[in-house]
Design a protein around this ligand. Structure first.
Ligand code: SIN
Length: 518
């Protein structure tokens, strides 16, 4: 996703994005710069917009080969800028810098690391009205982990062996390779770097080829925050992404890899990482069920489904993908839901009144189109949208609602990652639980109900890592984020996020507890 796209996505979602009111004081000159770089008149801080350079060992460097790749705005196809095409050798230099920096960074106290993270958070500046949702969200991970850093506790453990005393320490794992996706170009990086630095690790972050400028702007802010050289390294590649990924997952200096992206790529990285037995965190694809029971508040369920399904035009891994509605309220829900979707305005994110921007590229549009045509062929009825919006550009697709969905349709088993909402009717709780759990992934799941017993039962039975009950928005720096099954493992954010970047070291003291000899 190009820089512009992320802004369109943010702009599109900001009106509905619950973070808005909660994070008023954050966001950024970064964002202003991102805007300014693509809309020429408003360049608040041009030095945040880095082209042709990556951030390695506290310096801005080019790829040794001199090669670059182009980053284009998916809305217009226009060139935004170029970025270095790093290769394995360039990546190794960044790893070496992180390895060297680890020697001293690990000795800083939690409070010192906290202050650095806090400074980095503070540099994120003020809100930009139309695109602050994601960037505010991103910044909160620095705030959150700046508060965790001074509170890393070990334990004393009662030993079973007389005279022994056991103490545990939490220690940073070392150099971490962080590989992040295009759909949240700021938040997915901060959700990894925040806990890594809080724990005392150093990092090499591979920025997404589609949206590298946000990561580079974050690196510039890290520099201004006084993060020591080598602690944060941000590198870019597009065509060389597999080579850079392989270097990060096989290099002996790298102790841990955290990846957010598709299940397919996650499996490949895991295989590569097995050669050196790296610690892994994998935040992979989902296929979220969104269930509305007859006893739900229908208006609240419609609002929740809109938020969950159409956030970032359907391009988040926690977006509702299969919307199951119980028969007693199916027609009412479908009508109200379709009405809301008809009110969306699709366009370029900076244009007045636009609620939804483009998809990442034309392949994403083709996937949405395939899912819609497949549903139609199998008896689904498109009640809103259902087509590309060629007049706007190759990356636009109409927000779409399909009724009469059945389990043989592609959407039932495949994540669309686009603005297509398929409404599946169901009769019983058991039936819908079986449908919801009939997936090999399990990231997020949502349901609406007002029956307390059912709420408890369904929340405990859904095979997912995160459940939204009577809400369509579950993302929060305070909340553990992660999946089960082939959606991966490890938790980001929350008080657990830092555990992913720490070892527990056990120290056993022998010969203790003997009586004092007089
Ligand atoms: C993702 O799509 O991977 C992350 C979504 C979120 O943090 O809400």
């Amino acid at each position: 996703m190009a820089l512009m796209h992320s802004l369109q996505k943010s702009a599109a979602s900001s009106a509905r994005f619950a973070f808005r009111s909660r994070f008023q004081r954050t966001t950024l000159p970064l964002l202003a710069s991102r805007l300014a770089s693509t809309i020429s008149p408003k360049l608040n801080d041009p030095s945040l917009f880095k082209t042709d350079v990556c951030y390695v060992n506290g310096e801005w460097v080019k790829a040794a080969s001199g090669k670059t790749f182009e980053v284009r705005d998916p809305a217009t196809g226009k060139l935004i800028g170029t970025c270095p095409e790093f290769d394995a050798k360039d990546t190794e230099n960044a790893i070496a810098a992180a390895g060297e920096a680890f020697k001293s960074f690990r000795t800083k106290t939690g409070r010192e690391r906290s202050k650095l993270l806090r400074k980095w958070y503070d540099l994120n500046g003020k809100p930009f009205a139309d695109a602050k949702g994601e960037v505010s969200y991103a910044a909160t991970f620095f705030e959150w982990f700046s508060e965790e850093a001074p509170r890393i506790y070990g334990e004393t453990v009662p030993s079973t062996i007389p005279g022994n005393r056991i103490v545990t320490l939490k220690q940073p794992v070392g150099v971490c390779g962080l590989i992040t996706p295009w759909n949240f170009p700021a938040a997915m990086i901060t959700r990894k770097i925040g806990p890594a630095l809080a724990a005392g690790c150093t990092t090499v972050c591979k920025a997404p080829g589609e949206t590298p400028f946000t990561s580079l702007a974050l690196a510039e802010l890290a520099h201004r925050a006084g993060i020591p050289k080598g602690v944060v390294n941000v590198i870019t590649a597009h065509h060389n992404t597999p080579e850079v990924g392989e270097t990060l997952t096989t290099h002996p200096t790298v102790q841990k890899v955290s990846f957010t992206g598709s299940t397919g790529v996650g499996k490949l990285l895991m295989k590569q990482a097995s050669s050196t037995l790296k610690i892994l965190s994998m935040e992979l694809g989902g296929n979220a069920p969104f269930i509305v029971f007859d006893d739900a508040d229908v208006d609240a369920a419609v609002a929740g489904a809109i938020t969950s399904k159409f956030r970032s035009s359907g391009q988040t891994c926690v977006c509702a993908n299969r919307i199951y509605v119980q028969k007693g309220i199916y027609d009412e829900f479908a009508e109200k839901f379709a009405e809301k979707v008809k009110g969306f305005k699709v366009g370029h994110g900076f244009d007045e009144g636009v609620t939804h921007g483009p998809l990442i590229h034309d392949r994403a549009v083709s996937k949405a189109e395939d899912h819609v045509r497949d549903a139609e062929r199998k008896g689904g009825k498109v009640v809103v949208g259902g087509h590309k919006i060629a007049d706007l550009g190759p990356s636009f697709y109409q927000p779409t609602v399909i009724t009469g969905m059945t389990k043989d349709m592609a959407i039932a088993s495949e994540e669309t990652f686009g603005p297509v909402a398929g409404l599946f009717p169901f009769e019983t709780e058991q039936e819908v639980i079986d449908l919801a759990n009939a997936a090999d992934v399990g990231l997020a799941g949502y349901f609406f109900s007002r029956d307390l017993e059912r709420i408890n039962r369904v929340a405990e039975t859904l095979e997912v890592g995160m459940v939204g009950v009577n809400t369509g928005l579950i993302s929060d720096a305070a909340s553990p984020f992660g999946g089960v099954k082939q959606s991966g493992f490890g938790r980001e954010g929350s008080r657990y996020g830092i555990d992913e970047y720490q070892h527990i070291k056990t120290i056993t003291y022998g010969g203790m507890g003997k009586p004092l000899q007089s």
